[in-house]
Write a protein that binds this ligand. Sequence first.
Ligand code: F6R
Length: 256
Amino acid sequence: MEIIIQPTLEQATGLTARLFSNFMREKPDAVLGLATGGTMEALYGALVATNLDWSRITTFNLDEYIGISPQHPQSYHSFMWKNLFNHVNVPVKNVHIPDGLAKSIPAECETYERKIFAAGGIDLQLLGIGTDGHIGFNEPTSSLASRTRIKTLTPQTRKDNARFFGSEELVPHHAITMGIGTILESRYCVLLAFGARKAKAVAEAVEGPITSMNPASALQLHPKVTVILDEAAAVGLTNKDYYHWVYDQNPDRHEY
Ligand code: F6R
């Protein structure tokens, strides 16, 4: 696992945008796994500003709430179009986000998995992390081998996301999410976390034991993961100085 700690959220976001741009220039037909949430807003803004060519890119979002329409302002469909897709030249047919209003949720999940497979798998999967350690909406005790399926959000996640809906009661209880097994099959994972409220989950994910109680800790099993943090999210890491030193020695670091 590569751990990159930047002094501020802005610097961490800028570095991630450069990493993404380089990746997309090297592989203009890449299959990208995308995430939503507050952490991603500035990143998508920075990516839009780089004027990259998205004409051959394919995207798969990690998750979507169940029971709200794609037009709902807080749906992940709305989030993605507002923050990214409306501003880049990605073909609509290449964009995939689970349908939270599907008549059969299990069938929707199976189809989603099949589409990822048919696209050749995910080249780069972008991830945020919940304060409870979730990735996608794989909440604590999720199977580390799980596939795309329905998950029930924890009270903590619903509380955390109340800021987007205006009140906790309005946050849906369920979501479709790629599974941890699905995420681990992507060829490269990039996890972003900013702010002190993520510090505990980050420390457990990176330095704790692999446990379904912190689903992000499953990334320790993945051969290629970059974790990008601001200082505040990194405060709980025991080996922080070591990560700084390793990054400073990395001759490739300026590629970012
Ligand atoms: C959303 C997703 C979630 C978020 C996580 C952090 O697509 O996959 O795992 O990344 O809940 O959300 P923020 O960035 O709002 O703190």
